[in-house]
Structure formats: C-alpha cells, structure tokens
Design a binder for this molecule. Structure first.
Ligand SMILES: O=C(O)CCC(=O)C(=O)O
Ligand SMILES: [Mn+2]
Length: 206
C-alpha cells in the first residue's frame, strides 16, 4: 500500500532487504540481546505517561525516555548494566546501506504489541545529524507515516513488512515520522503477534 510517486530525497525504502533466513538469524540475535537487556516500558518526559511500545538497546549508547527527558546513556535504566553489543549483521547492513563512514553507536529495539503505536516525532537527540537513521522491521506489518521537517504539514503512509529496511538520511534525516498501527497476524516470524523495529543511530560526532 505504498503511496504513488517517488519518496522524498534521502528517504530510501528497501522492501524485503532481509530474506526469511536473515530475519530468523537477526531475530535470534535480538532475543539474545533482550535476555541480557530486557525490554522495559519508557515514560513520557514530564507527564510520566507510559509508552505503548516497549524498548531496549544494543550498542555503546542507548536511547532512553523517562520523566526527566529523552537522552542517550551507556547503561540500561533498570538493570544498570551496559547495553549488549550491536549484532554484526546489523553493522554489515549499515556499511552496505547507510552511505556513511562512521559506525552506528546505538540500536534502539522497539517492540510493538498489536495495539501499540508511535506518535509523529523527529529523531533529533543525536549530536551527529550527518549520519542517517537506518530502520529494520521484523514481524507483523506496520503503517508507517512520514511528513516533512515541520510539524503539521502533509504526511504520507508506507506499509512496512518484515525484512524491510528504511533509511532516513540527507534531506529526510529530520522528517516527522511515526507508526499509526500494526497489522497483527501478517507475519509468522515472531512466536506471537507483534512487531520489532530496530533503528541504528550514530549519536556522537566522530
Ligand atoms: O517503528 C518504526 O518503524 C519507527 C520507530 C521510530 O521512529 C523510532 O524508534 O524512533
Ligand atoms: Mn523515530
């Protein structure tokens, strides 16, 4: 259900970039990471309202949200332990698709239950905005919405399937984006319903 017409400059969609075997291998890596760094439910800064998405991270830095704000930090907010390493196959994917000379430092892992969603936002907590954000979808399909770089402008939707890779870079690095809904039962990759999204981010300026 992709909209007609080309995507804006800097936004690149690679449908089915990971085949079923690669998706299974990546899922095994993510399961190992979540055993070490469990999914937790972040809270909105200020209100403390819980996110519908559960999260964890891999990498030297991880993105966290709590009453105090949004930030990157080197340890899990509940266990206090360092985040596990970013799986090698994700680093390979970054080298192939990111078109950027420096490695990502964070991999945010989002888990969407069938009713979870993510409101429109920009990824702008990184100091290095020259690097793209590279997103990998696993499990049930999602309705991804994106707009321009100002809030309130027109938006378009893209359906993301398991194995798809989306790169937000260049002129699209700061576009508003979010996930309106998940389509439960559209993938058999996970044991049950739900969707995993992985986003690779370069945080610091090299
Ligand atoms: O789940 C997605 O496809 C997008 C996730 C996202 O925008 C984020 O984690 O910042
Ligand atoms: Mn985002």
């Amino acid at each position: 259900m992709s909209p007609p017409g080309a995507l804006p400059p800097g936004l690149r969609h690679h449908p089915g970039r990971l085949d079923a075997a690669a998706q299974g291998a990546l899922l095994a890596e993510i399961r190992a990471a979540t055993a070490e760094a469990p999914l937790y439910r972040p809270a909105m800064p200020g209100t403390g309202r819980p996110f519908s998405v559960r999260m964890t991270n891999c990498g030297s830095l991880g993105w966290v949200a709590d009453k105090a704000g949004y930030r990157y930090q080197p340890f899990h907010p509940e266990t206090g332990r360092p985040w596990p390493a970013i799986p090698a196959m994700l680093l390979d994917l970054w080298r192939e698709l990111a078109d950027h000379p420096h490695a990502p430092e964070a991999c945010l892992v989002n888990f969407y239950e069938p009713t979870a969603r993510m409101g429109l936002h920009q990824d702008k907590d990184e100091d290095d905005l020259a690097a793209p954000v590279l997103s990998v979808s696993l499990g049930d399909e999602a309705l991804f919405r994106f707009g321009g770089t100002t809030r309130g402008g027109p938006t378009r939707s893209l359906r993301l399937s398991s194995g798809d890779v989306l790169v937000l870079g260049g002129a699209s690095r700061l576009v508003f984006h979010g996930v309106d809904r998940i389509y439960p039962g559209t993938s058999t990759l996970l044991k049950g319903e739900g969707r995993i999204n992985l986003t690779l981010r370069r945080v610091t300026r090299p």
